[in-house]
Design a protein around this ligand. Structure first.
Ligand SMILES: *Cc1c(COP(=O)(O)O)cnc(C)c1O
Length: 440
């Protein structure tokens, strides 16, 4: 697969394209855009021989050589699939109208584990016999734990996690560089934006980044986005025999990475009739998706914090879909906005109707799906709701909504454990580069 920049012209020349390897290692095109797949790859042939028995690693190993032709053959794709995924998505059909796709079984209890795990395995494979390299990531929430977990097992790669004032949680100090591991947590006396700026400045410091073979593991790396298509395909092959009408996915949207991956799965040939872009009160792209202009509003703090985003990082990727075929897109993506009250009510209703707990982000998507299901022309549609976070991470909220005290698995309890960084630095490039240099 070839990638072009969202800032490039419609039909870029071959020199303006990047291979998957270059897109993953380079992360961002030089023109300030984001990488998007250039040509559409057709994966429909795979649906002929995959069925409910197909396991998730089997699906990943089968599809990867076609998606990433030129960079992976079937042998190296199997290695990556097996080493990335010790966890799998889980599709549960609830009734004729709804299924839920649980994506929270990874080490940090969120769907982001899928992209991060795949990226770590891909980098290990692409950088095999190429000397030591470093991955930088600005992190907050549980992303640090997810990256540390995925990369601590990788040969020839170190992971530098920089995070803003406040604690970092859920890491294993035995994996830190001073203790013989390969993880370098650094706290910046500043904000998350300072951390992201430092990552970008370090990558732009050509001399320094060449010396340590630096890449980035942030969410806009195409190596994190593409593997998220796998669980859409997986859900489709599990449910298709049950389908009699349309199929729709409902997705809780913050930075819109998850929705983008669904749109790519559709573009690559997965038969699906639409996607619900479920937002909370921030409703960042409601107007844009309906055909209006994008005007960022004020940031609203809600009880689904991973969706509290004003300017989604994937906006330019989404816009490139709309530029290509505006009318098709208006029939493909349905925006919805769900407030805190309805989020809480949905957690309670899903608990009593299906005897199942969902986290507040999942509840936003579930509430939106139930609203659409009431429309007359929605009859016969089956909606798969993406459960993006483990419900026990929101135990307090669930207690408030349902009165129940949910039990919290040990791995999720561990995610709350605070760790000391190996250094605390002011938000400037010299300080950051000095700490990295002192580790090697
Ligand atoms: C990150 C996250 C989201 C939002 O996903 P985007 O790809 O940013 O739209 C939703 N739910 C949970 C639990 C998350 O961690």
């Amino acid at each position: 697969m070839w990638f072009r920049s969202t800032n490039s012209k419609e039909s870029p020349s071959q020199e303006q394209l990047a291979s998957f390897r270059d897109a993953v290692l380079g992360c961002l095109p030089a023109d300030g855009g984001l990488y998007v797949p250039d040509k559409v790859i057709d994966i429909r042939e795979f649906f002929l021989y995959m069925d409910e028995e197909t396991t998730f690693p089997e699906l990943v190993a089968a599809v990867t050589p076609t998606l990433l032709e030129g960079d992976f053959n079937s042998a190296s794709a199997s290695v990556v699939a097996e080493s990335a995924f010790s966890f799998a998505p889980e599709l549960i059909q609830l009734d004729s109208d709804f299924s839920i796709l649980n994506l929270y079984n990874g080490p940090a209890g969120s769907y982001k584990d899928f992209g991060i795990a795949f990226l770590s395995a891909v980098l290990e494979e692409l950088r095999k016999n190429a000397g030591y390299s470093l991955v930088l990531a600005a992190v907050r929430g549980d992303t640090g734990a997810s990256i540390a977990h995925a990369f601590s097992r990788r040969k020839g790669i170190g992971a530098v996690l920089i995070y803003p004032s406040g604690p970092i949680r859920g890491l294993d100090p035995a994996t830190f560089v001073p203790n013989g591991g390969n993880i370098i947590p650094i706290q910046v006396k500043g904000t998350f934006d300072d951390c992201q700026r430092l990552v970008n400045e370090t990558i732009s410091d050509r001399k320094f980044s060449a010396r340590y073979s630096i890449t980035s593991a942030n969410a806009i790396n195409p190596g994190r986005l593409l593997p998220q298509t796998f669980y859409y395909l997986y859900a489709f092959i599990k449910i298709r025999k049950q389908l009699s009408g349309s199929l729709v996915f409902s997705i809780p949207c913050g930075n819109f990475g998850n929705l983008m991956a669904g749109l790519y799965a559709w573009k690559f040939g997965m038969p699906v009739n639409g996607f619900i872009a479920a937002m909370n009160s921030n409703n960042s792209l409601g107007n844009f998706i309906r055909g209006g202009t994008f005007t960022p509003g004020p940031l609203v703090f809600t009880n689904s914090p991973a969706l509290d985003v004003r300017i989604p990082t994937n906006l330019s990727r989404l816009a490139s879909f709309y530029k290509e075929a505006p009318s098709v897109m208006r029939n493909m993506v349905y925006p919805a906005s769900v407030d805190d009250e309805l989020t809480m009510q949905t957690i309670a209703e899903v608990r009593s109707k299906y005897e199942m707990y969902i986290d507040p982000h999942t509840a936003v998507a579930f509430a939106a799906a139930r609203q659409f299901a009431q429309e007359p022309d929605w009859k016969g549609t089956h909606t798969i709701v993406l459960a993006t976070g483990h419900y026990s991470k929101s135990a307090g909220l669930i207690r408030k909504a349902t009165g129940d005290a949910v039990s919290i698995p040990e791995d999720i309890v561990y995610l709350q454990k605070r760790m000391d960084p190996i250094a605390i630095i002011p938000p400037n490039l010299d300080a950051f580069e000095n700490v990295i240099a002192s580790c090697f």
